[in-house]
Design a binder for this molecule. Structure first.
Ligand code: GLN
Length: 590
C-alpha cells in the first residue's frame, strides 16, 4: 500500500498491509499542518509556555490553531494526581480534569478547549485494549508499533477534523530519552513521514547551562539532549534555547554544528519577568515567520489581523512591565510551598492587576498552626486575602480564623470553592449562633453540617472523574454586588470541581444572619456565590473563576478583589475599618 492509498482507505489493518493508522472520516492530508514540540535535557523548561506562545502568534495571524498535550503517565486524567507533585489540576468546560498546561493554552489563546486536547498514555492504552476486546484488530497481534502509535496519530487527526484547524500544536510531555514517552516520539516520526514535507515542523526545546563557577554558557547538555531526538529519527527544524540570560552567538553556532539546524532557526528563550512577555519577543525574533515559511502557511495568514492583535497584547504587556500601583494579596493554603499548585490563581491575579495597572504581590500564609492572634499577625500587611480551593481537614481552623479576621477588619476577601465553604462555616459559627458548625468533609458528626455532600455524590464509589465537574451556568441575583460585577448578566458560566455544597437546610438561617447568596444553580438549590453587604468586598464562590480568567478578559471576582485592595491601600487600614465605604471600589474595566 502506498501512503496515498493509506489516506484514501480509512483502513484499520487488514491482511494485506502493515499500516495500521486509522484515518478519521473527512481527514484531508496537507490541509492541517503540525507543530510538534519536544523537550530535551530536563522537564520543566516550559514547553507548554513556548508552544502556547507560538500558537498564539499563529492565531494572531488569523490561523485556526488547536493544541493537544500528550502525557506519558498511565492515569486516565489528572484528577487523581496530587497537585503538590504535579501542579494544579486544570478543569475544562466539558469537565475534563487535565494538566495545568491546558490552562496555559486556554489563557494564551483566549479559547475554551475540549477533552480531545488532552491525551494520556492511560487513555491511549485504554482505547487500544477496548478495540482489541471488540475484535477490532482482526486476528493480528496488537503491538506498540503500529497499533499504539496508530492510535496516537488518530487522535491528532481527529482533533484536526473536529476543529478544522490550520495548525495542530502537539506538546510531548516529558523529555527525549524518557522511557514513557518514547512511543509518542516514534508516532511523531511516523506522522511526519505520512503527512509529507512542509506539513510537520519539529521544535526542540533545550537548556543552556550557565554554572556559577564557570560564569559562561555551556552547550554540551543541549547537544546531547538533541542528539537523543536525532537518534529517534527526529530532525528538529527549530531549536529554542531556555537560559537565564540571552544565549550567545557562540553557543548557538555550536548547537547548529551538532544538530544540522541553521543558526537563523536557533532562538534564545531566556527568562522574562512574566510568561506573557514571551510571545512579543518571539515575534520580534521571527520565530513565527520561520514556522509559517517552513509549513508554507504564508498565504493563509492575514497581516491586518496580526497588527490589531499585536497592539492589544502590547498594551497589556506594558502594564505588566511598568504598573503604576502595587497591592499585597495574602493567600492561605496547604500547598504554599509549590507555586505550580496554584498556577491559575496566580495568573488570574496577574490579569486583574494588569487591568487595574497594579502589580499584585502575593504573600503566602501557612494556616496549619494559626489561631485568631496568628491570623491577625499574618494578615497585618495584606491589602486583601484569598482562601483558595482545597481538600481535607489540615489547616482549616486557621483558614476560618483568617476569614473571621477579614470579615471583622473589613479586609477584602475572596473565597474560592473550599474557601467559599469555609466562609459559610465561619459565618454560621460566629454570626448565626450555630456553634460547632462545620463541613462534613472535615467533621463527620458536626452538630450543624452547614456544608454537606451534594446529593448526587452520595452514591459515588469510584474516585476518578466523579466530582461535580466542568462548566455550569450560574444565575445571578439582580441588585447584588455580583450582578454589578457581571454587568447585570442574568446568567454566567463558571467552572466547578467539588463534592460538597452549602446544605440547603441552612440557607434560610444563614440569610437571616445577613449573608446574601447572590448566585445559584438554575433550578437547583445549589449556592454558588455569596457576599456580605456593608463589607467593601467579602465575596466567595463555589466555582473556580481562575480557570476562566484570561489576560485581556480578567475574571470579575479577581478584578473586584484587587480593586477593593487598591482602595483599602489608598485610604489605609485604620480608616478602612472606621468607614468601610471610604474604600470605594475603582470601576473595573473588562
Ligand atoms: N473539598 C471541597 C469539595 O469537594 C472543595 C473542593 C475544592 O476546593 N476544589 O467540595
Amino acid at each position: 500500500m502506498s501512503i496515498n492509498e493509506l489516506f484514501k482507505s480509512v483502513a484499520t489493518q487488514t491482511e494485506e498491509t502493515e499500516f495500521a493508522t486509522p484515518i478519521p472520516d473527512g481527514y484531508r492530508r496537507g490541509h492541517t499542518k503540525y507543530v510538534i514540540v519536544f523537550g530535551t535535557v530536563m522537564s520543566g523548561l516550559g514547553k507548554g509556555i513556548f508552544a502556547s506562545s507560538l500558537a498564539k502568534l499563529l492565531q494572531d495571524k488569523g490561523l485556526r490553531v488547536a493544541p493537544i498535550k500528550l502525557e506519558g503517565y498511565l492515569n486516565v486524567d489528572s484528577g487523581t494526581l496530587n497537585p503538590y507533585r504535579h501542579g494544579e489540576v486544570f478543569v475544562l468546560d466539558d469537565g475534563m480534569e487535565c494538566d495545568m498546561d491546558l490552562g496555559t493554552y486556554e489563557r494564551m489563546l483566549d479559547k475554551d478547549l475540549a477533552r480531545d486536547s488532552f491525551a494520556t498514555s492511560g487513555q491511549v492504552y485504554q482505547a487500544v485494549l477496548e478495540r482489541e476486546r471488540l475484535g477490532g484488530y482482526q486476528g493480528r497481534d496488537v503491538q506498540m508499533i503500529p497499533h499504539v502509535t496508530g492510535e496516537v496519530k488518530r487522535r491528532l487527526r481527529q482533533l484536526a477534523v473536529r476543529t478544522g484547524a490550520d495548525v495542530v500544536f502537539v506538546e510531548i510531555g516529558g523529555t527525549a530519552g524518557d522511557f514513557e514517552n518514547a512511543y509518542f516520539i516514534e508516532a511523531m516520526r511516523q506522522l511526519a513521514y505520512e503527512e509529507g514535507p512542509e506539513n510537520v515542523c519539529f521544535v526542540a526545546l533545550t537548556l543552556i547551562l550557565e554554572p556559577g563557577i564557570l560564569g559562561e554558557q555551556k552547550s554540551k547538555a543541549a547537544q546531547l539532549g538533541i542528539k537523543r531526538l536525532l537518534e529517534m529519527g527526529i530532525q528538529p527544524h527549530l531549536i529554542a534555547c531556555r537560559a537565564a540570560n540571552p544565549v550567545t552567538d557562540k553557543v548557538r553556532e555550536k548547537i547548529s554544528i551538532y544538530t544540522n539546524v541553521p543558526i537563523s532557526r536557533i532562538f534564545s528563550m531566556h527568562d522574562e519577568a512574566s510568561i506573557y512577555l514571551i510571545p512579543a519577543r518571539m515575534r520580534r525574533e521571527g520565530v513565527d515567520t520561520q514556522v509559517t515559511h517552513l509549513l508554507n502557511l504564508v498565504d493563509r495568514a492575514s497581516p491586518r489581523a496580526e497588527q490589531r492583535a499585536a497592539e492589544a497584547w502590547e498594551t497589556f504587556c506594558d502594564r505588566i512591565r511598568r504598573p503604576r500601583h502595587e497591592v499585597a494579596i495574602a493567600i492561605t493554603g496547604k500547598y504554599t510551598a509549590v507555586r505550580d499548585s496554584y498556577a491559575s490563581m496566580i495568573k488570574a491575579l496577574e490579569h486583574a492587576g494588569a487591568a487595574l495597572d497594579a502589580r499584585v504581590n502575593i504573600q503566602w500564609v501557612e494556616t496549619t498552626e494559626l489561631d485568631g492572634a496568628g491570623a491577625a499577625r499574618a494578615l497585618a500587611g495584606a491589602d486583601g486575602m484569598i482562601v483558595p480551593g482545597g481538600f481535607g481537614a489540615r489547616g482549616t481552623e486557621g483558614k476560618i480564623a483568617c476569614i473571621r479576621y477579614a470579615r471583622e477588619n473589613v479586609l477584602p476577601f475572596l473565597g474560592l470553592c473550599f474557601g467559599f465553604q469555609m466562609a459559610v462555616v465561619e459565618f454560621a459559627r460566629n454570626e448565626c449562633g450555630l456553634a460547632g458548625a462545620n463541613s462534613t468533609e472535615i467533621q463527620h458528626d458536626t452538630p450543624h453540617p452547614v456544608i454537606d455532600l451534594l446529593p448526587e455524590q452520595r452514591q459515588v464509589r469510584e474516585f476518578g472523574g466523579t466530582m461535580r465537574l466542568g462548566g455550569h451556568d450560574v444565575e445571578v441575583l439582580p441588585g447584588t454586588l455580583a450582578a454589578r460585577m457581571f454587568r447585570q448578566a442574568r446568567t454566567v458560566r463558571l467552572r466547578f470541581r467539588h463534592r460538597y455544597e452549602v446544605n440547603p437546610d441552612y440557607v434560610e438561617r444563614l440569610a437571616k444572619g445577613g449573608l446574601v447568596f447572590s448566585g445559584k444553580a438554575p433550578g437547583q438549590p445549589i449556592m454558588q456565590i455569596l457576599e456580605l453587604p456593608g463589607h467593601p468586598y467579602f465575596v466567595a464562590t463555589q466555582s473556580h473563576p481562575e480557570f476562566t480568567s484570561r489576560p485581556l478578559a480578567p475574571s470579575p471576582f479577581y478584578l473586584g478583589l484587587v480593586a477593593a485592595a487598591l482602595g483599602r491601600r489608598a485610604v489605609g487600614p485604620a480608616e478602612a475599618a472606621a468607614a468601610p465605604q471610604a474604600c470605594k471600589r475603582k470601576k473595573a474595566k473588562r
